[in-house]
Design a binder for this molecule. Structure first.
Ligand SMILES: [Zn+2]
Length: 490
């Protein structure tokens, strides 16, 4: 599908080891045999997303679709909404210590939900629809309140001396933020926050509020208050420990490429706590979006330095993708095409891109690609493809796996076979327990006018083994809405 020479990338150590980027997960999938793979992507909820953020998210959905196809395992995307991002920062006039208040403390749960809806809901719904991958949203606030997260945090305190320098190599002062129960402000760098005691009920911290003076909080795994705000590295340590425990679910952290440097410190701390390598989540680092200087495209830097610092190659929508021209589906389809192009070769995926190069690529997207309607895609054998293209086959049979959940009347399906494709519209979706029950109700000739029920059953069961049939069966009514697009005959 990729045009030749659309992208030129040098080889790298990782790319050289892989045929496809998704193969990076194969050793863990083979060793763990998980029931499900969850692609975890965390995003600070602090205003409109920029292109880099959306690129990581689109990559998570695309990788989830690829992994489902490649490994035959259910996959999903888990979106971590980091509502503990600082909303406002202030200096204590006496000590000059920094204090901060999180988005959650400033806006409340309803305010955070509004932000998620405004900036991400339509975008994720569109990604989910285009990739047939389900997603769930979890805020940091909900996560820190869970007994599992608190228990894992308390366990890490028993190793505090061993992880201290991994979490804060320059001074060993680990930043645990326990906001003041009265006003919600917390010491940004935990200057006067102390672990006062650790017992079987939990941990006691003392801290000082710039308005309300000294206070004490007690973190207990059975209790969802008081609030526990961990700095980035520590939060990742606790989260990775927590999600690595369920051996039936393989977690894959999808992170922007700038995280490659930081993860070494998380790994050091995981090791210091004796975490087995098989309980450490997999990580996939996505391409970084770079300004012309080679530095990461950063919104906070621009916020500090004003728009005069805006590099000439940056198109304004790249910094606030809610202003991208066109509708959400169009933007999502363009992003998915971009990520798909990068994933066409590991050399293209495990690297960075300047904004200028990304602009060039997005403008190089073939117009016919941009203008085609969004459709669920299905590969199909040649003999069935020909029957659909001629209009003789009006019922398609599939098992009811996760990728089919969104199928319903009115949706489009693009059937593909060896470079040919035909676009159809779904006229109905009927669900059955197995293929026998399906043929009791559906017209045998509409599935395949050239074969008997018995021979069709035999053929289908060669394609789908019993454990796949056990997921249930779909009969999908289809009608041609476009003449088939066939490769030119050579
Ligand atoms: Zn206070």
């Amino acid at each position: 599908m990729t045009q030749p020479d659309l992208l030129v990338s040098p080889n790298s150590v990782l790319a050289n080891a892989l045929v496809r980027s998704i193969d990076l997960l194969r050793p863990r999938v083979a060793a763990d045999r998980p029931n499900r793979i969850e692609f975890v992507v965390g995003t600070q909820i602090n205003g409109a997303p920029h292109l880099g953020t959306n690129l990581v998210q689109a990559a998570a959905f695309t990788l989830a679709r690829l992994a489902r196809r490649e490994f035959g395992i259910e996959t999903a995307v888990k979106f971590g909404a980091l509502d503990n991002a600082p909303y406002e920062v202030d200096l204590d006039p006496e000590t000059h210590h920094s204090y901060q208040r999180t988005y959650f403390h400033a806006l409340g749960k309803a305010g955070v939900d509004d932000l998620i809806d405004r900036y991400y809901r339509a975008f994720f719904d569109s990604l989910s629809d285009a990739t047939d991958v389900e997603y769930i949203v979890e805020t940091y606030t909900d996560q820190q309140a869970s007994p599992g997260f608190r228990a894992e945090f308390l366990r890490s305190l028993e190793y505090l001396e061993d992880i201290r320098l991994w979490m804060a190599p320059s001074h060993g002062n680990v930043h645990v933020r326990v906001p003041c129960p009265e006003c919600g402000w917390a010491e940004k760098r935990g200057d006067r926050t102390r672990l006062a005691g650790l017992d079987e009920d939990g941990a006691t911290f003392t801290a000082v509020c710039m308005d309300h003076g000294p206070y004490e909080v007690h973190i207990d795994p059975e209790d969802d208050t008081p609030y526990l705000d961990l700095a980035t590295l520590y939060r990742n340590l606790v989260k990775e420990r927590l999600i690595g425990r369920d051996r039936k679910i393989l977690p894959v952290m999808v992170k922007g490429g700038d995280w490659t440097f930081g993860c070494q410190l998380v790994d050091g701390a995981l090791g210091a706590m004796g975490t087995p390598i098989t309980q450490i989540p997999m990580r996939i680092f996505t391409p970084q979006v770079l300004a012309p200087t080679g530095a990461k495209l950063s919104k906070s830097l621009l916020r500090e330095r004003g728009t005069t610092a805006l590099p000439p190659d940056v198109e304004p929508w790249m910094l606030d993708t809610t202003t991208v021209p066109g509708d959400v589906d169009g933007y999502v389809d363009a992003l998915l095409w971009l990520v798909g192009t990068m994933l066409s070769d590991p050399k293209h995926f495990f690297r960075s891109f300047t904004v200028r190069e990304l602009s060039r690529l997005m403008h190089a997207r073939p117009a016919e690609e941009a203008n085609r309607p969004r459709a669920h895609e299905m590969g199909i054998y040649k003999r069935y493809f020909d029957l659909i293209a001629s209009g003789e086959k009006t019922t398609e049979i599939r098992v009811n796996d996760a990728s089919r959940r969104n199928l319903k009347e009115g949706k489009l399906i693009r059937f593909k076979c060896q470079g040919d494709e035909v676009l159809t519209k779904v006229t109905y979706v009927h669900r059955y327990a197995d293929f026998d029950e399906m043929f009791d109700h559906e017209s045998v000739a509409s599935v395949n006018p050239t074969a008997t029920r018995e021979s069709q059953l035999a053929n289908i069961r060669q394609i789908y083994p019993p454990e796949r049939e056990a997921m249930g069966v779909l009969a999908i009514g289809i009608e041609l809405i476009d003449p088939p697009r066939l490769r030119p005959k050579s």
